[in-house]
Design a protein around this ligand. Structure first.
Ligand SMILES: Cc1ncc(COP(=O)(O)O)c(C=O)c1O
Length: 382
């Protein structure tokens, strides 16, 4: 019989809740994907490139034109000049970039600090590399880093710290002061940083995203990951990228080369065209999603959920303790789906050990206006 290398991994809550939504006909505000399409010009470009014969393997590191566009965007947004040749690698999704960075770096016995609640792909990737995650809970209610707990978690075995800002599921943003603090605490140690910035363009209320790419000291030891799927409303394209200094990129590419070799060629052509023709897309994105957040939060104002509007991502957390304090969040999510027709994600699943009294569910508001209105109507009736 096969002995599992990931004995604790089963079907994820995202798959389970989406399935339950389908079975019950509930509105699916659980899994993080839009119920609308990406820009028509971008989708049309894929067909054009397939017809033009761009259907064979592209460069292992990614289509040069797309790497150039990514480098140009990084210059515009974060003021850093990166080499498209030696620092930018296109991957089949951010998840694959995260996996490759971890495999490139982590050896058996190494420790990786993750902040809970955390995205679910980090820990299995670390375990497959023979490492161990040390979970440091973020401080509630704002989901900020508790520096005392972080310092206590550091050891001689710490090899990597995984950051995620804007943060899934809370929407919390990391600040420049927090990056400075992190840099100070790992200075002089053999510790690297994996910065998951897939929601980099979903930051609201006039605030700018604080990227590790804009932090000289941290970038020198960092892998910074992003996702075209999130930025261009095409999560099913599973195309992302990772930016890292040349020596780190070289090691990551050795892994990427044998995990997938390269991403999907016509998609990369289409993204390169669209980024060069419509660079303003990323500047328009905060306003686009802020309008959805404001609509959803405005409609939920008179409900019995309590919340403060999320500062980033397309997720809104809501406290339901005034409605069903007797239910834990997994039971609450099932109850909301089955009895009230709205599927959500329980926040406890993002924790190794969730606080006992956690009464939070996550709604995804990357949805059409009519979906948000229908969902809010159901939620306000509870
Ligand atoms: C925090 C975080 N990182 C990474 C990903 C994965 O991105 P991709 O679909 O490009 O692999 C997601 C997707 O939900 C995410 O929320």
């Amino acid at each position: 019989m096969i002995i599992s290398k990931l004995p604790n991994v089963g079907t994820t809550i995202f798959t389970r809740m989406s399935q339950l939504a389908m079975e019950t006909g509930a509105l699916n505000l659980s899994q993080g994907f839009p119920d609308f399409d990406g820009p028509l010009a971008l989708r049309d470009a894929v067909g054009r490139h397939i017809a033009a014969g761009h259907n064979q393997y592209t460069a292992m590191t990614g289509l040069p034109a797309l790497r150039e566009q990514v480098a140009a965007k990084i210059g515009r947004c974060y003021g850093r000049t990166v080499s498209a040749e030696t620092e930018v690698t296109i991957t089949p999704g951010a998840t694959q970039a995260i996996f490759c960075a971890i495999q490139a770096l982590i050896r058996p016995g190494d420790e990786v600090i993750v902040f809970d609640p955390s995205y679910d792909s980090y820990e299995p990737s670390v375990e497959l590399a023979g490492g161990r995650c040390i979970h440091v809970p973020l401080a509630l209610p704002g989901f900020s880093i508790d520096w005392q707990r972080f310092s206590d978690a550091l050891s001689d075995k710490t090899r990597l710290v995984i950051l995620n800002s804007p943060h899934n599921p809370s929407g919390a943003l990391i600040s420049r002061a927090e990056l400075d603090q992190l840099a100070m605490l790992i200075r002089g140690r053999d510790i690297y940083v994996l910065s998951d910035e897939v929601y980099e363009h979903l930051v609201f209320d006039g605030v700018s995203h604080t990227s590790v790419l804009a932090h000289e000291e941290l970038y020198s030891r960092a892998f910074v990951v992003s996702s075209f799927g999130k930025t261009y409303h095409v999560t099913g394209w599973k195309t992302g990228y990772v930016v890292a200094p040349p020596a780190l990129s070289a090691e990551l590419r050795k892994v990427h080369q044998y995990v997938s070799f390269c991403g999907v060629t016509p998609l990369q052509w289409a993204l390169a065209d669209f980024m060069s023709e419509q660079p303003q897309h990323t500047e328009e994105l905060p306003g686009f999603y802020q309008a959805k957040r404001d609509l959803f939060c405005g409609l939920l104002k008179d409900s019995r959920f309590s919340f403060s509007p999320t500062p980033g991502t397309y997720f809104q957390l809501a406290d339901y303790s005034a409605i069903r304090d007797d239910l834990d969040d997994v039971a609450m999510s099932e109850w909301l789906t089955r009895e009230h027709g709205v599927a959500t994600i329980p926040v406890s699943v993002f924790y190794q050990q969730a606080p006992k009294d956690l009464r939070l569910v996550r709604f995804c508001f990357a949805k059409r206006e009519d979906t948000l209105r229908q969902a809010a109507e159901k939620l306000c009736a509870i």
